[in-house]
Design a protein around this ligand. Structure first.
Ligand SMILES: [Zn+2]
Length: 348
């Protein structure tokens, strides 16, 4: 039997679950603000997995991923502990913004200080109240506004075979071996010896059913890999391939973008990705892929300025294999045909 866990002054006994509100600086209207946390504390000791979302307040796919996770019946009887924070950046979530009201990026403000900026204080709450309990983290993100990401795991995999095993267990076709950004949540957790899987999928301020399904399934599969849940009859799962670099293709000129390739598409060096022309249809630029790879991110807004990042291409040696994996994966998660992965009606 494991010991009770105490978070923000609330004690959760083994074999129970509880929602907790962690107090944050209030609004200037005098309304109080809390960070909502749900803890499932298993009877038997095991890993303590933190699943967090909306560190960027407008990246909301993860909020729905956590909701679906917490209503799963099997989640009641886990080994170890699951800490779920569906909305970390409560202020940004309320204002539908990536940032804090002071325009800082929470994910560049870790580990934070007690008396620092607003973002720094919020980071400090996470680092002092949650992280000391935590052994593993899955942090849920999406692309930016009008920018869509193919579901992918980003993690620093060098010298970390355990994290690579977990990244593969998540079960999305694309893994990006990504360096740590200074003052990011990932970097702060890494300094405390905690590996973070960052899941990127879909677009800010939108729900994307496939990204959400892939996220729920990914978290559940990581929990199996960690020994928190027992392995049920394993579904057929696509193989993940690790890319070590990705490259943004930018607009050479301002204009109207006509994209010819979407996320998940295989491209060869020299392939035509898009046209950019002026509103009269003149002065057309042909946007050519500088490398061979898979499109893992793309703008969805056809109005672009020179220099704007339009397509993110991950380099792979085995492009055909990755493209096949992505096809298999899309078939598997297709809400129109799949009845096994989700017992909820698909969101459209
Ligand atoms: Zn993000």
């Amino acid at each position: 039997m494991q010991k009770p866990i105490e978070i923000a002054g609330v004690t959760i006994t083994p074999g129970s679950r509880q929602s907790i509100d962690i107090p944050l600086p209030s609004f200037y209207t005098n309304s109080s603000v809390n960070m909502p946390v749900h803890v499932i504390h298993g009877r038997r000791p095991g890993p303590v997995l933190l699943v967090s979302a909306a560190i960027h307040g407008d990246e909301i796919n993860g909020v729905e991923i956590i909701r679906r996770l917490l209503v799963k019946k099997s989640i009641d009887r886990i080994k170890g502990t699951l800490i779920a924070i569906p909305v970390v950046n409560v202020y940004g979530f309320v204002s539908k913004s990536r940032y804090l009201p002071d325009r800082r990026d929470l994910n560049r403000s870790f580990p934070g200080y007690e008396n620092g900026s607003m973002a720094s204080r919020l980071a400090h709450v996470v680092m002092t109240q949650i992280i000391p309990h935590t052994t593993h983290i899955i942090d849920l993100h999406t692309g930016a506004v009008n920018r869509e990401n193919l579901p992918q795991i980003r993690a620093k995999l060098q010298d970390n075979p355990e994290l690579e095993t977990l990244a593969r267990a998540f079960g999305v076709p694309v893994i990006l071996n990504a360096e740590l950004l200074q003052n990011s949540f990932r970097a702060a957790a890494f300094d405390r010896g905690i590996g973070v899987l960052l899941y990127e999928a879909g677009e800010a301020l939108r729900f994307d059913e496939v990204s959400i399904r892939a996220g729920v399934r990914g978290v559940l599969q990581v929990m199996i890999e960690l020994g928190m849940r027992t392995r049920s009859k394993r579904s057929r799962q696509v193989e993940s391939m690790v890319a070590n670099t990705s490259r943004w293709v930018r607009a050479g000129q301002s204009g109207i973008l006509r994209a010819l390739v979407g996320t998940g598409t295989k491209v060869q060096e020299g392939d035509l990705l898009a046209y950019i022309n002026n509103p009269l249809g003149e002065n057309t630029e042909e946007l050519i892929s500088p490398i061979s790879g898979i499109i893992i991110g793309k703008t969805n807004l056809p109005l672009v300025f020179a220099g704007e990042a339009l397509f993110n291409i991950a380099s792979y040696e085995e492009i055909d294999q990755v493209a096949d994996n992505i096809d298999a994966y899309n078939d598997e998660l297709d809400p129109n045909t799949d009845e096994r992965l989700s017992d909820e009606p698909p969101l459209v």
